[in-house]
Design a protein around this ligand. Structure first.
Ligand code: SF4
Length: 352
């Protein structure tokens, strides 16, 4: 299910996937292992992919990491991105060994000529490049012009780098402007999406730990996704990157940007509740999470709001005393007892 308001962007191939032009918004992450440790990195990639990660990025900070890329690429079941700072030679070598995309920050790659060498290499090999701009890398002149690394300065910087790529007739580009302040990230990406039509990679950088980082990412990415902006997302959380994946999918689900598994709508409960709704809702959520069907399931405490929500949902339970009324597509089907309601809803989802 896609947001009908989604901004039109160009289609850019990244390995076997295509970003932009209405294609599903892809969920990506980055490994936290030493890239030079091929076994540990591949093990983490396997866990990420099992969790639903669709594009994996690895850091290439040194020669050992660069040398590990062919071994990782051979194993990696999803498109592999090499993240490179400071070393244009590493970017060129990573492209040569067959990574599917490189992520560079042109502001720290060693000057214009080296940036151009990387562009030519990507162009010759037909490999995509993400231009990642952040507040720390904005050029001196733009910092002076905008009195600091403001959203406008970051957008101008990104657009400038895109124009250099275009001057060399290279356009397999994805762009990201990341800021740690939500307002800056939202404002910069809104502005950027007005100024160009390359796919946008969204993220709130250094968002924080699992709880606050998820909330911060949801507010920033959520605002942009409801505007129809964003073609791939990364939720950055301190700790195991596997934790990022369900958060990313839930942000996509909550904004209606991409719904791949059932959405559970449940009330907060109140004094009218007469059955163990919390348990029922939690069990249903757990049991249907892996089912790839974009359904809305409402689990409501009582008949005050139950029938109303049932009309909006594909499947709904409106609670009563130790039981609930079961609705399918807004139509009342039957009453189900507390003991069988979870099993019954899961069965309907499986058969849907
Ligand atoms: S649906 Fe019923 S139980 Fe749930 S919060 Fe509303 S009134 Fe209370």
């Amino acid at each position: 299910m896609n947001n009908p308001q989604r901004r039109k962007t160009r289609a850019i191939g990244v390995g076997k996937l295509v970003l932009g032009q209405g294609n599903p918004i892809r969920v990506q992450s980055m490994t936290s292992t030493k890239t030079s440790d091929i076994a540990a990195t591949c093990k983490q990639i396997k866990r990420l992919v099992n969790a639903g990660c669709e594009i994996v990025r690895v850091a290439v900070p040194d020669l050992k990491a660069l040398k590990a890329l062919p071994g990782i690429k051979k194993y990696c079941p999803v498109p592999l991105v090499a993240d490179i700072h400071f070393q244009a030679a590493y970017a060129i070598a990573a492209v040569a060994v067959g990574v599917d995309k490189i992520r560079i920050n042109p502001g720290n790659i060693g000057g214009l000529e080296r940036f151009k060498a990387v562009i030519r290499c990507c162009k010759n090999k037909g490999v995509a490049m993400r231009i990642g701009v952040n507040s720390g890398s904005v050029e001196k002149e733009l910092l002076e012009k905008h009195s600091g690394p403001t959203p406008k300065a970051m957008v101008e910087s990104a657009v400038h780098y895109l124009s250099i790529c275009e001057s060399l007739r290279y356009n397999q580009l994805v762009v990201s402007i990341k800021a740690t302040h939500v307002m800056d990230a939202v404002s910069a990406n809104r502005d950027l999406s007005e100024k160009m039509d390359y796919p946008i990679h969204l993220g709130i950088t250094e968002a924080g730990g699992k709880y606050y980082g998820s909330i911060k990412s949801a507010t920033g990415l959520g605002a942009l996704l409801v505007d129809g902006i964003g073609d791939t997302i990364r939720v950055s959380l301190t700790g195991d990157p596997v934790n990022e994946i369900p958060v990313a999918y839930d942000i996509l689900k909550a904004t209606g940007a991409r719904i791949v598994s059932p959405e559970i709508i449940s009330c907060p409960t109140c004094g009218r509740l007469q059955y163990n709704m919390e348990k029922a809702a939690a069990e249903i959520e757990k049991m249907v999470r892996h089912i790839k069907k974009p359904l809305r399931i409402a689990v409501m405490g009582c008949v005050v709001n139950g029938p109303g929500e049932a009309r909006e949902a594909d499947i709904a339970l409106a609670g009563g005393k130790g039981a609930a009324l079961l609705f399918i597509r807004g139509k009342k089907i039957k009453q189900v007892g507390e003991k069988e309601m979870v099993r019954e809803v899961v069965r309907i989802v499986e058969e849907w």
